[in-house]
Ligand binder design. Structure first.
Ligand code: GLU
Length: 476
C-alpha cells in the first residue's frame, strides 16, 4: 500500500485565504522530501474556488513563503479557478451516470434537518430528499450532490494514522457543486488529483474526515485512489492550538524575526518526524532519510528555544551564501547601508557565534555602519574617565601609524600600548569599547576596531577624548 519504489507524485494544495503558516510550510516540505526521495514530482496547486475567501495577496504570500524556504515545486502553480470547465464536465458525467443529482432543498429545510438531528442527539446529515424527485421545482437553481453508496464501508491505510474504516451509513450525500456552478473542495480535489496523476496525498489531519467521501468519488469516477498520509497538527509551546498568539502569523514573519530558511526547514522537518536523536540535518540528508511513514501520529509542540538553537547553528555553520543574503536583507531593513561599513562577510565572521537571530546581530552591529548620537551615560560614567585619557591617546598614536588594519595588527597595537604604559589590557579595552560602540558590549576589542574601520575608529577615539576632557574641566 505504500508507494515504495514508485516515483511519488504528490502535491501541496493550499487554499489562498491567508499566509503560508507553519503547518502549511511543513506539509509542503514533507511533500517535497517524499517526492525527491523517489525521484518523483512535487506539484503546487492553489485551491481558489472559494471566490469570497481567496485573495491575490494570499496567493502571493504563499508563493513568496515557499520560495523563501526553497520549497520550489517541480510543477505548478496550477489554479483551480482556471479549471472550472473541467469540474463541470466531470459533474455532468456523474449526473448522467446517476452518481450525482440535483438538490433543490432550501436553506430553511436544511437548517431544520440539522436542528432536529441535534435535538435528537444525532449527527446532522442530509436525508436524501432530492435523490429521486419526479418533478423538480421550478425557478430554483439547484446544487449538485454526490450520491454516496448506502451500504458497505470505506477502508484505507493511512501512512501515518494506520488503517481507517468508515461505514457508508455514516456519510451523507455531499454537495459537490454550488448553485453558481463552482465545485466544492471535495470534488475539485479528487478531479485534480486524478488529472494530475497524484499517487500520494500528504495533508493535515483536519482533512481526515473528508477522505472516505473522496474515496467514494474516486470509485464513482472509476479511478484508483492515491495513498494518503494525514499529518498531525502543530501545537504551540503551551500545548494549545497554534495561533497568531504564538507568533505563527506566516512564514515570512519568521524571516522578519531573523531566522534563516535552512534553520526553519530543519526545524519543520523535526516537528513530528525524527531519526534517532539527530537534530541537525542538511537538506540532502533529509531527502535521504525522511520517510512519511515515520511521521509521528501525535501532535507536535512548537519549541521556540530549539528553533533558536538551530538558527544559531546555521548562522555559524550553515550555507554562507544564504546567511549572507539574509544578513544583507536585514541590514537594509534596519536602515543600514552595507556599503557604509565593514564587508558583511567580515561582520558575519565576527558576530555569527554571538547571536541567535539576525535581528539581534544587526541590532548589535549598528555602530559599525552608522554613527551613534551619544555615549550611553552609565557606560561613559564608568569608563570614560580622566584615567583613560593617556592610554587612549597613546593608542591613537599607534593606530594612526599602523600600516595594516587587521585583527592581529590591532591586537598588537593595543598590547604594545598597554606594555609601554605598564597598565593591564583591560585598562584600555573598556574605555576603547565605549569610545567605539557608545556602550560596553562588543566582540573582542581588536575585532571591534577592525569592523569599525580606521577612519571611524580614530574619529570616535577623538570624540571620547573630547568627552573626557570636557568632563574633567566641568563640575563632575
Ligand atoms: N485546500 C486544502 C487546505 O488548504 C487542502 C486540501 C488537500 O490537501 O487535500 O486545507
Amino acid at each position: 500500500m505504500t508507494n515504495q519504489g514508485l516515483p511519488i507524485r504528490t502535491r501541496f494544495a493550499p487554499s489562498p485565504t491567508g499566509f503560508l503558516h507553519i503547518g502549511g510550510a511543513r506539509t509542503a516540505l514533507f511533500c517535497q522530501l517524499a517526492a525527491r526521495a523517489t525521484g518523483g514530482e512535487f506539484i503546487l496547486r492553489i485551491e481558489d474556488t472559494d471566490r469570497e475567501r481567496s485573495t491575490e495577496a494570499s496567493v502571493h504570500a504563499i508563493l513568496e513563503g515557499m520560495a523563501w524556504l526553497g520549497l520550489t515545486p517541480d510543477e505548478g502553480p496550477f489554479y483551480q479557478s482556471e479549471r472550472l470547465d473541467r469540474y463541470r464536465e466531470v459533474v455532468d458525467r456523474l449526473l448522467e451516470q446517476g452518481r450525482a443529482y440535483r438538490c433543490y432543498c432550501s436553506r430553511e429545510r436544511l437548517d431544520r434537518l440539522r436542528e432536529e438531528a441535534m435535538a435528537a442527539g444525532l449527527k446532522p446529515r442530509y436525508d436524501g430528499h432530492c435523490r429521486d424527485l419526479d418533478a423538480p421545482p421550478q425557478g430554483i437553481e439547484p446544487v449538485i450532490r454526490f450520491r454516496n453508496p448506502d451500504s458497505g464501508s470505506v477502508v484505507f491505510d493511512d501512512l501515518v494514522r494506520g488503517r481507517i474504516e468508515i461505514a457508508n451509513a455514516e456519510l451523507d450525500d455531499l454537495v459537490i457543486m454550488r448553485a453558481d456552478g463552482t465545485p466544492t473542495y471535495n470534488l475539485a480535489v479528487v478531479v485534480d488529483d486524478i488529472d494530475m496523476g497524484i499517487n500520494l496525498v500528504i495533508r493535515g489531519d483536519d482533512h481526515i474526515n473528508n477522505t472516505p467521501r473522496q474515496i467514494n468519488i474516486y470509485q464513482a469516477l472509476g479511478a484508483e485512489p492515491p495513498t494518503f498520509a494525514h499529518v498531525p497538527m502543530i501545537l504551540g509551546d503551551d500545548g494549545q492550538r497554534l495561533s497568531k498568539r504564538h507568533g505563527a502569523v506566516g512564514v515570512m514573519a519568521w524571516r522578519e524575526q531573523g531566522y534563516v530558511p535552512d534553520a526553519l526547514v530543519n526545524y519543520l522537518a523535526r516537528l513530528g518526524w525524527s531519526h534517532g536523536d539527530q537534530e541537525v540535518f542538511s537538506r540532502a540528508e533529509l531527502v535521504q532519510l525522511f520517510r512519511i511513514e515515520d511521521v509521528n501520529r501525535k501532535a507536535s509542540r512548537f519549541d521556540t528555544e530549539k528553533l533558536k538553537w538551530l538558527n544559531q547553528h546555521y548562522l555559524r555553520a550553515g550555507d554562507r551564501e544564504q546567511v549572507l543574503a539574509e544578513l544583507m536583507w536585514h541590514l537594509e531593513r534596519a536602515g543600514l547601508q552595507p556599503a557604509a561599513g565593514p564587508d558583511p562577510a567580515d561582520l558575519l565572521d565576527v558576530q555569527a557565534e554571538r547571536f541567535e537571530t539576525l535581528v539581534e546581530l544587526v541590532d548589535q552591529s549598528r555602530p559599525f555602519y552608522a554613527d551613534f548620537a551619544a555615549f550611553e551615560p552609565a557606560a561613559a560614567k564608568k569608563h570614560l574617565r580622566p584615567v583613560a585619557m593617556e592610554p587612549l591617546q597613546a593608542l591613537r598614536d599607534r593606530l594612526q601609524a599602523l600600516e595594516t588594519w587587521a585583527p592581529d595588527q590591532l591586537q598588537g597595537a593595543i598590547q604594545d600600548t598597554a606594555d609601554a604604559l605598564g597598565v593591564g589590557f583591560g585598562k584600555i579595552g573598556m574605555p576603547l569599547r565605549v569610545a567605539l560602540m557608545g556602550h560596553g558590549q562588543s566582540p573582542a576589542i581588536n575585532q571591534t576596531l577592525w569592523l569599525v574601520g580606521r577612519e571611524r575608529s580614530l574619529e570616535r577615539i577623538g570624540r571620547a577624548l573630547d568627552f573626557i576632557a570636557s568632563r574633567a574641566g566641568g563640575a563632575d
